[in-house]
Design a protein around this ligand. Sequence first.
Ligand code: ADP
Ligand code: ASP
Ligand code: MG
Length: 405
Amino acid sequence: MALIVQKYGGTSVGDPARIKNVANRVAKYRAQGDQIVVVVSAMSGVTDNLIRLAKEIMPLPSEREMDMLLSTGEQTTIALTAMALHALNIPAASLTGAQAGIVTDGVHTKAKIQNITPQKVHALLDAGNVVIVAGFQGETSEGQITTLGRGGSDLTAIALAAALKADLCQIYTDVDGVYTTDPRLVPTARKLAEISYDEMLELASSGAKVMQSRSVEFAKKFGVVFEVRSSLNENPGTIVKEETKNMEDVVIRGVALDKNQAKVTLVAVPDRPGVAARIFKALAEATINVDMIVQNVSHGSGTPSTDLSFTVDKPELLKARQVIDGLKSEIGFREAIADEKIGKLSIVGVGMKSHSGVAAKMFETLAKEGVNIDMISTSEIKISVVIDLAKGEAATRAVHAAFLG
Ligand code: ADP
Ligand code: ASP
Ligand code: MG
C-alpha cells in the first residue's frame, strides 16, 4: 500500500465538474488500495478576486487580515472536494492547514513552514479516509492564520509529502508537465521528461509559475521527488529530481519570462559607504524580497553620486515605495522612479557550467530582435535580463528558438 500526496491547482478545481473530475481521479488510485492525501488550491480566480476586494477597501491592507481573507479560498475547495468524494461513497475528511498540523513563522502573506505535526492526517488515513488539506495556509504557534506566498499550495503538498514520508508526490495542473518555456506563450515549447531541482528552482524563481519556487527549494532540501502532470489527461508528466550526470549534456533546459516584476531607481544617491546597506536593510526589515540590483556610478562634478536600481515583485511595489520614501531625507537621493513596464527574461540550464558563449548568443539574439537590455544578472546556471515588457513575449520566442528550436 502506497501513500500518495496529490495536489490539484486552481484550474483543476475551477468548477463543480472539475472537482468531480478530481474525485474520480482520487477514486481510481484509492481503488488500487493506496492511501491518499489531496492538497487543493482555491478555485481559479478566487484568490485574485479576494485580493481585488481587499484593495477596494484600502491600497495597503493589514497583512494579518489578508491572510484571514485569502485562506478562505482554499477552505471552500476542501469542503467541496470532500463532498465530491462522499458523492462517490468514499470516506473523506477535509482539514485546514492548521488542522493538518502545518506550523509556520509569523511573516504574514509569505510565511515559512517551521514544522508539520501530521498526527491528525495519519489518524484519518488509518481510519480509511481520503484526507483533503487546504493548500497555501498554516498557523503560527500562537494560533494566527498565515499564508505561504502565491502558488503556495505546491509548498503544502511537497512539505506534507516530506512529513508523511509519502511514496509519491504528484502535482496536478492544467498543462502536461514542465515545458522548455510557457507553452501558452510559445507553441513550439517541448515537454521535459525530467528536470533537476536546481533548474526547476531557477525557472520557477524566474517566472515559470508552473511550480512555486519555494516549494522546489523545499523538495530539494528534503529530497522529495515529484511529478508535474495534467489533471485533465493520463499523459506522463515531468519528474523533478536531483541532477544526474547526463543532464549536463543539455546546455539550456528552459526559458522563462517574468512579467510580475517592477523596477525602482533611486536617482543621485550620495556615493558613501553604508548607503546601500541602509536601503536594503530597510527593505529587508519590511520583508520585501529584492531580486536584481544594479548601481551606475555617476561621473558628474560635485559630490559623487550613483543611480541605484533594483527589482521587486509587482505586488510589493507600493510597500517598497513607502520604505524608500521614508529614507529620502535621511539619505538624500534626488528622486525615486518606479517602472512597472519591465519583463525579466531568463535562460536556465545546468549545462551552462561547462559550455561557454551562452551569454553572447542570448545577447546577440536580443540585439537582432531590437531588444534593449536594461539590467543583467547571472548565476552558475542562469542568465537573466530585464527588458521592456512590451517586447517580452517576442523576445521569449526568439530566445527559445535560438536555444531550443
Ligand atoms: P495551478 O493552478 O495548477 O497551480 P499555475 O497556473 O500556477 O497552475 O501554473 C500552471 C501554468 O504555468 C500553466 O498554465 C502555464 O501557462 C504556466 N507555465 C509557465 N511556464 C511554464 C513551463 N515552463 N512549463 C509549463 N507551464 C508553464
Ligand atoms: N490560491 C493561492 C494562489 O492563487 C495558492 C495556490 O493556488 O497555490 O496563489
Ligand atoms: Mg500554481
